[in-house]
Each structure stands twice: as C-alpha cells, then as structure tokens.
Write a protein that binds this ligand. Sequence first.
Ligand SMILES: *Cc1c(COP(=O)(O)O)cnc(C)c1O
Length: 365
Amino acid sequence: MIRPTPAIEAIPQTTPFIGPEQLMRETHQCELLRLGANESAFGPSPKAIDAMTRELPRLSWYGDPESLDLRDALAEKHQCDPAQIVVGSGIDDLMGIAVRAFVAPGGAALATLGTYPTFAYHVAGYGARLLEVPYQPDGTPDCDALLDAARSAMPSIVYLANPDNPSGRFISRGEMEAFYNALPDDTLLLLDEAYADFVDERDLLPAIFQDRLIRLRTFSKAYGMAGARIGYALATQRNVATFQKIRLHYGINRNAQIGALASLHDPEFRQYVVTETARAREAYYRLAAELGRPYIESRTNFVCIGMETAQRATCVMNELLRRGVWIRKPGAPPLDAYVRVSAGTAGMRDAFSAALRAVLAEVFV
Ligand SMILES: *Cc1c(COP(=O)(O)O)cnc(C)c1O
C-alpha cells in the first residue's frame, strides 16, 4: 500500500488559503473585488512591467540561479553584503526552507496563535510541533508571552511578523530589540517583514546580522508583484550557505528577477504606493468610525474592522462575498471578531464602502 509518511498523513486536509478564483467558482460569479489577500491595488512599477515585457521572449532561459544582479541591488539597498542575501520564490518559499533547515522533525517552533498561517503550515509539513501563544487583547503579538514560552520550551525557531498580519499591529524598534536580545541563544528569530516597506526604515529593527536572526522580505506587497513570486531573506553568510544547500536553485522565475530589479530602481513608484496605501488606511478608519465600528490602526496595506463577534464577522464576510466583494477575516481570538480589508484605490474603496453599508444594515438589526 502506498502511504505518505506518518507526519504528512497526520496533517488535516485543510488549505491555508482558499483563493478568490475558487470562491468565484463556488459562488458562480465571474468577477470579485479583490480586497482579501493584501495584493497591491496599485500594481507593479511601470518600469518593472516594461523590463519584464522586453525580456519575455527569453522565457526559454532559466534565471540566474544565484540572482546576482538582484542581490547586488538589494545589498546596496540594505547596506550589506550580497552574500548576506538569499532570493526565493516569495517569503512562503523561504519560510519553508528555514523550517526545514532549522527545525528537526519532532522539534518545536513557536508563534502567535492566529498569525500569518504559512509558518504553521510548514511546521506541520516538516513533522515538527508548533507551540502557540495568544495575541494580547488589543491584537498585538505578545512578546512577553513569546519570551516566556521560548525560555521554557526552547523552540528552534520563533516566528514573528512585524508589522503583523492579520492584525496590522507594529512592534516598535525598541521593543523588538529588547525581545530579540532576550531570546534564548539557541532560538532563531524568523522575522517576517513582508510589510516593512510600509514602515519608516528608522522604526524597524536595525541591520543585525547574527546567526539567530533571519529576516524575510517580499516583492509581493509594496512592490505589487505577488503573482511573480519573489522575495528574499537577510541573514548571515553562514545561514545563507545553509539555505544554499536545500533551496531550489532554479525555483525563481527569471522574469520575476528582472521585474524585481527594475522595481528597486523605481523608488518614486514605491513612494507613491506607500502614500496611496496610507490614504486608503485613513479612508477605512473614517468609514469604520462613521459606521460605529472599532478598527485597528495598521502599519500595513490592510485594516481590521470590528464586528463585535466572530459569528458576525463571518456573516459580514460571507454577505460581502455574495455581493462580489472578497475580503478575509482572522481566525483566532481576539481578532476573529474583525474582518480584514486590503487597501484599495478610491474606486475600490467606494465599492467596498457601499457593499459594507448594505451588509451592516442587514447584519446589525
Ligand atoms: C503576504 C505575506 C507573506 C507572503 O509573501 P510572499 O512573498 O508572497 O510569499 C508572508 N508573510 C506575511 C506576513 C504576509 O502578509
């Protein structure tokens, strides 16, 4: 009899992400307003589109397995050595490599209950145990509780997203430094900075290159290239060499390498996206206030709006979907009483606002 390994067999048949395409098929709709996956509503840089379009005929070539041009440009951006950067097909890919490399089967990893789900997905996939601590009541990851759990359980990896998804909360530079310094020496901090581009550089954890820190960045959010699948890790040369042993050397789309490089050379576009995203957040705050709903101040490209109970939040999400508006909602308390909506253009926000008003008039009667 053909059977998967016991670790794989033990994984429940759930998918961390049900895509909008599947939801369209299930609800028999041919279009959805995409505000569910924190994709950029502002698209990729026109320079990236140009560069990728020009290079399309060479899609018959593999990309440079070392992504050297891109790593050189990234090293300049981050003021580090290209040997301290490894490129992957998105953070999701790099996170899997980190778990595979640093958490042994049966070993332990630690994260916040209800945070970005791909980490838990990889931990399960590699047969490790995931320890979880809840968010604080205001939806901020609980660094003190993570520290306590790390000290008692000595996990191989602590995962933290900062800014966090799905809360949008941000842990200040000072708190991050204190947290990182207080972690046990044998615990690696896997710091997911998917939304770092929306935060002022001076507010982020400073450039630290030590073996017990790996930072993950992506072109999916502020750079608007989610579909191209490209991201990178900032790490010590030694950790990069470890990634080098097991990463898929031809796993990165050549066109994505080219688009990412061109995006880095378009800081004006990135600034435009950051400014427009801030405008979108403010618009959602005003909408929530006007509707008498609480909201969580966010440092990302999405906002959580409170619906009082998890049941109501689910109901609002489903009713919005019925009206052609796709958003998501966090799964674990205390955030499960919220819905999460991605930053949209003014037109997208108007459509969302109209649909939300209509739904709330039905749900909150
Ligand atoms: C969107 C997101 C990712 C996924 O990044 P990719 O580079 O597209 O794989 C990872 N982590 C967090 C916190 C995210 O919000």
